[in-house]
Write a protein that binds this ligand. Structure first.
Ligand code: FMN
Length: 474
């Protein structure tokens, strides 16, 4: 149904039937994952179409500059001395804008779109530029026209936002394709880095990991503890020990058979509930076919008021149904964020077209011998946080990775352990890690990676170790 609606809306847009300023986004929202704003003024939808291509490419936020007094068809007739002609002839004209950009301060880059009116940007663009502080923001102008080039319409705007970093503008013909816009964006020497790809590691301390803001709006620590294979008292003690060491992110799953123990350790820790982030997962098979029960079972077993994040353990029959059931629990406030585990590029696009809430996180096998060099940036571009299970390579492979000459030499140079080097490498490439351990010394060591950093050369040396070698079947 959503797809039919989407096609209908595209057809309507092509025939200019949409209301000026409507935003028909049938994709799940990415939330605050991006720092890109696409602000545009468009009266007959030509510029809007380009703005939407830019939105698709950058996953930025679309903002329409809507005039307080709409332009009628007569206003737009040029060479008639109509409203548009008169405004263009008056350099001091500042047509008022209806509404404002929310949180302008969070954007680093502003694509600014307008139609060419008598060789220049419409005066409402001047109103827009004078309404905000663009210091340290990059502005990328783009325009559409009947036939004129961009001329000096972009450079003439510079004095209105003198502290911005202005990029040369680009004119597009009506009906320019998505791929042409994509090529233009690729050609700009700009880096579009979603928030989820770069962690604020300078703000971390040993024993206190910084957080990343998920597209759901919640904050999650970038380093935690995995509890796979920990059971009974060993599990309770490991989680307690982790919490005492400052770990605030705990990963469990129905399949691990230890949700009760994790919940017990969280409740008994004395740490305020909202300071701890707990992830659990439901499993394909009977849990996916009866997801409401599976989710309620997890809530009951953990018994910690709410679950911070629930994942589908891996793709399987009824996964969309299971995800949609979790969405209902999100609406009720019993679960805060949703994610996926063992999901790859082949599966993600089709999956997100069928659900309403964009996944906030994907947890996959990632380590120096299986780095997912294509998957990680792909998911980051969707605003999805990446998280590594088996961050050290997994059972039977850990010592091989720790003794790897490159890693061991880097560890020696920084006077840290190989485990610390590998964790720091994960974090510096924007991957959250959840190393599993029941050894209090190792747990402490694992949360102590904030007193050193790896150089670009060291990061590249570890990147070169990739063997595309998976250590588990998922
Ligand atoms: C008042 C006015 C002046 C215009 N002046 C020019 C012009 O100088 N050169 C040109 O090629 N097109 C000119 N146009 C055409 C628009 O630039 C063109 O149709 C544009 O793509 C419309 O964008 P929109 O649909 O986003 O409003 C003008 C249009 C208007 C309304």
């Amino acid at each position: 149904m959503k797809r039919i609606l989407g096609v209908l809306l595209i057809v309507m847009a092509l025939f200019g039937l949409t209301a000026c300023g409507s935003n028909n986004n049938t994709k799940p929202t990415v939330g605050n994952a991006s720092k890109v704003l696409i602000a545009y003024f468009s009266c007959t939808n030509t510029t809007e179409a380009i703005a939407k291509h830019i939105e698709t490419e950058t996953k930025g936020t679309l903002y329409e500059i809507v005039p307080e007094v709409p332009y009628t068809a007569d206003d737009l007739k040029y060479y008639t001395n109509g409203r548009a002609d008169m405004e263009q002839a008056d350099p001091s004209a500042r047509p008022a804008i209806n509404g404002t950009v929310e949180n302008m301060e969070k954007y680093d880059m502003v694509f600014l779109g307008y139609p060419i009116w008598h060789g220049q940007a419409p005066r409402i663009i001047s109103t827009f530029l004078e309404s905000y502080d663009f210091t340290d923001k990059t502005i990328v102008p783009f325009c559409t026209s009947h036939s004129s080039g961009i001329g000096n319409s972009d450079t003439n705007l510079h004095s209105l936002a003198p502290n911005a970093d202005w990029v040369s503008g680009r004119r597009f013909a009506s009906g320019t394709s998505q791929s042409a816009v994509s090529d233009w964006i690729d050609s700009l020497d700009i880096k579009l880095t979603p928030d989820v790809a770069v962690f604020d590691l300078e703000n971390g301390e040993n024993g206190r990991a910084p957080t990343v803001t998920l597209n759901s709006g919640y904050e999650m620590p970038v380093l935690g503890i995995g509890t796979y294979s920990l059971h009974g008292e060993i599990c309770v003690n490991a989680v307690r020990s982790a919490l005492e060491s400052g770990v605030r992110l705990i990963d469990t799953a129905y399949m691990y058979g230890n949700e009760k123990e994790v919940g017990q350790a969280v409740r008994q820790s004395g740490i305020p509930r909202e300071e701890i982030f707990v992830i659990t997962k439901i499993y394909p098979g009977s849990q996916f076919s009866n997801p409401e029960k599976a989710i309620q079972d997890a809530l009951d077993a953990l018994d910690i008021e709410y679950i911070d994040m629930m994942l589908l353990h891996h793709p399987g029959a009824n996964d969309v149904k299971a995800y949609k059931a979790i969405e209902k629990f999100v609406e009720q406030g019993k679960i805060r964020s949703i994610g996926l585990s063992n999901w790859y590029i082949e599966e993600i696009d089709d999956f997100i077209s069928q659900v309403n809430i964009m996944p906030a996180l994907i947890q996959n096998e990632i380590h120096p011998y299986y780095q997912e060099q294509a998957v990680v940036p792909y998911m980051h571009n969707l605003g999805i946080v990446m998280q590594a299970w088996y961050p050290f390579g997994g059972r039977g492979h850990t010592s091989e990775i720790f003794n790897n000459e490159t890693i061991a030499n880097i560890a020696k140079a920084h006077n840290v352990t190989s485990a610390q080097v590998v964790l720091r490498w994960h974090l510096q490439r924007g991957v959250v890690a959840i190393p599993g351990s029941s050894n209090p010394n190792h747990i402490r060591e694992n949360i102590s990676v904030f007193h050193f950093s790896l150089s670009d050369e060291e990061m590249s040396a570890i990147a070169a170790l990739d063997r595309n070698e998976k250590h588990d079947w998922y």
